[in-house]
Design a protein around this ligand. Structure first.
Ligand code: PGA
Length: 258
């Protein structure tokens, strides 16, 4: 793992049910985020909690992000939330192209437009890529390449330092720590993603881009994934809903010595 930026991102998905619970969970996460020295902790709650949590985040600790963004800035898009609205709510990051949204119909073209909107407004896009299954012929690699290339289509060299890539194999999402990717397979995939970046941009971009792993990242597997995976942190789903477990993921990431 490189020394530079480390990131641990909580994707709360459609949890918790109430603002009161969200505040309690956020307080717990803030406490561990404050102890981190090298690691930025970002919480991506449901949109409705963003504004309220941003007040608590002003005290320092975790930063905030959204789980999706509209591909347009304004207009007749029922149910959508724009980049400007996310920023106004205190968000600085946005998850784009999560597999759960792609399953609801989001296309590579949508992802491309959303990444462009985010960057234009100064939000940091966390671009999710990842295959459904690992076939023995390696077709999953072209699947990842296709997703990554589409997402980066309009990202200029001068902006690429502002993006984060989250590699999330769909088959590993929402399982248990034992079902996550092996560190070796993760390393092969991050190398592959860096190769795509180096072909599109320059080698220093490939080496400098923050790549996260997501898919059943849990307190018991993050250390090995950091050691071998060539990643700079994690996008954490279910394990981020338990403040204690999430604190352990933050601590392991923060105290890891490459
Ligand atoms: P998980 O989710 O950690 O529950 O597997 C990760 C994600 O979907 O971002």
């Amino acid at each position: 793992m490189r020394k530079e930026k480390r990131l641990v991102i909580a994707n709360w998905k459609m949890n918790p049910a109430t603002l009161a619970e969200a505040k309690t969970l956020f307080r717990g996460t803030m406490a561990s985020a404050r102890k981190a020295r090298r690691t930025t902790v970002v919480v991506c709650p449901p949109f409705v909690f963003l504004h309220e949590l941003s007040r608590a985040s002003k005290k320092g600790g975790a930063r905030l992000g959204a789980q999706n963004i509209a591909f347009s800035d304004t207009g007749a898009f029922t149910g959508e939330v724009s980049a400007a609205q996310i920023m106004d709510g205190g968000g600085e990051y946005v998850i784009i192209g999560h597999s759960e949204r792609r399953r609801m119909g989001e296309t590579n073209g949508d992802v491309e437009r959303k990444v462009e909107r985010a960057l234009t407004h100064g939000l940091t896009p966390i671009i999710c890529v990842g295959e459904n299954e690992r076939d023995p012929h390696g077709n999953y690699l072209s699947f990842i390449a296709h997703q990554a290339t589409a997402a980066l289509e309009k990202v200029k060299l001068s902006h690429v330092k502002n993006i984060i890539i989250a590699y999330e194999p769909i088959w590993a999402i929402g399982k248990t720590g034992a079902d996550a990717i092996t560190p070796r397979k993760l390393h092969e995939t991050t190398l592959f993603i860096r190769k795509i970046l180096s072909e599109k941009y320059i080698k220093s971009v490939a080496l400098g881009t923050t790549i996260l792993y997501g898919g059943s990242a849990e307190p018991n597997n993050v250390s090995a994934l950091l050691r071998e995976g060539d990643i700079q942190g994690f996008l954490v789903g279910h394990a981020s809903l338990d403040a204690k477990g999430f604190a352990s993921i933050i601590h392991t990431t923060d105290s890891y010595i490459p």
